[in-house]
Design a protein around this ligand. Structure first.
Ligand code: AMP
Ligand code: ZN
Length: 114
């Protein structure tokens, strides 16, 4: 997608701190971290939101969730715990229209969210 900032990050047109990459997924550090560790895990395919998850290859969905504990281990948050968040749509607090999962950790996170 031409104007999507996350597609631009994948293409290297906008700088980002890359954490991990495969043919189908890309992981980078959130520009406004909400916790000591705050990564964004995205499919390279432009999918707008969780509402369109059925258009994503199930193998890619599997890859995304498989890599999360690996990323948690690598970032030292596996043992104490972490949170995976998807914001969907306006009421869900989604601000970027390219499906992404937040991986947050490194502090005791509060619940419920605001
Ligand atoms: P959401 O509000 O769930 O749509 O999450 C979008 C996330 O993308 C926010 O946490 C932003 O801080 C983050 N973000 C926006 N632009 C960039 C960027 N250029 N590089 C890294 N993270 C970004
Ligand atoms: Zn995109």
């Amino acid at each position: 997608m031409e104007d999507c900032i996350f597609c631009k990050i994948i293409r290297g047109e906008i700088p980002a701190k890359k954490e991990y990459e495969t043919d189908s997924i890309f992981v980078f550090h959130d520009i406004t971290p909400q916790a000591p560790i705050h990564l964004l895990i995205i499919p390279k395919a432009h999918i707008k939101s969780m509402n369109e998850i059925d258009s994503l290859d199930p193998k890619v969905i599997h890859q995304i969730f498989e890599v999360i504990p690996e990323l948690a281990k690598k970032n030292g948050i596996f043992e104490k715990g972490y949170r995976v968040v998807n914001n969907c749509g306006t009421y869900g607090g989604q601000t970027v229209g390219h499906l992404h999962f937040h991986l947050l950790g490194g502090r005791h996170l509060q619940w419920p969210p605001g």
